[in-house]
Design a protein around this ligand. Structure first.
Ligand code: SF4
Length: 210
């Protein structure tokens, strides 16, 4: 079963799925729609966005007009609806809002995508990002709380250390989780900043002779 078939199958069985800040539905006639969850059930007053380009544009900035560099940050605009006749087309539209997230969930659910421990991701960094690998456990927890917990809707399934099982995510009825199976570039960047600050504090520049 390909990804579009998996999506079609899920929406045939459940009719409605929440996915991050959006709600996916399938009509009795078989078409697929997505709206912001605040607009669920509205039949008028929504702007139709029926192309990948329009949806990408909509998702670029948040409801206050601020650029959203992280596509799973909360604050997606409301007031729109997208409707597609086929699951393949619908999936491409979902990818315009949450790139690759349906595929990530599907691969994780089937057991073909293993989460990458944070220390493995950080250990691969080179150049100015090599410092990222030096974070303590406390810094890793701070990263999860301050960056991921406050600014991202994804559910983390990667463990901090290789060999740790990590948290297993399972799908609740009526919902599709936005999973994080590997720390993103924003997390790597913050890890570098935290580790560099700690290094600089522990290794102050030598005082110069007068
Ligand atoms: S590491 Fe994952 S959960 Fe954290 S901010 Fe990046 S994408 Fe979101």
């Amino acid at each position: 079963m390909n990804l579009a078939d998996t999506l079609a199958d899920l929406l045939t069985r459940e009719n409605r799925l929440s996915f991050g800040e959006i709600v996916l539905t399938r009509s009795p006639e078989g078409s697929y729609s997505a709206t912001h969850h605040e607009d669920e059930g509205k039949t008028t007053g929504l702007e139709p966005l029926d192309s990948v380009r329009e949806l990408r544009e909509m998702a670029k900035n948040d409801a206050t007009g601020e650029y959203r560099p992280l596509k799973t940050a909360p604050g997606l605009k409301s007031g729109w609806i997208t409707t597609a006749d086929g699951a393949h087309d619908f999936l491409q539209r979902l990818d315009a809002i949450y790139p690759g997230l349906f595929a990530t969930w599907s691969a994780y659910e089937s057991g073909s995508l293993a989460p990458v421990p944070l220390r493995d991701t950080l250990g691969r960094q080179t150049g100015m990002y090599r410092f990222a690998g030096g974070i303590s456990d406390e810094m890793a927890l701070r990263l999860k709380t301050e960056l991921c917990g406050r600014g991202c809707l994804r559910h983390i399934v990667w463990p901090i250390d290789p060999g740790s099982p990590g948290e297993h995510a399972s799908r609740a009825a009526g919902a599709l989780p936005l999973l994080c199976t590997e720390a993103c570039t924003f997390a790597v960047n913050l890890a570098r900043t935290l580790a560099k600050e700690a290094y600089d504090l522990a290794n102050p520049p030598a005082a110069t002779e007068p």
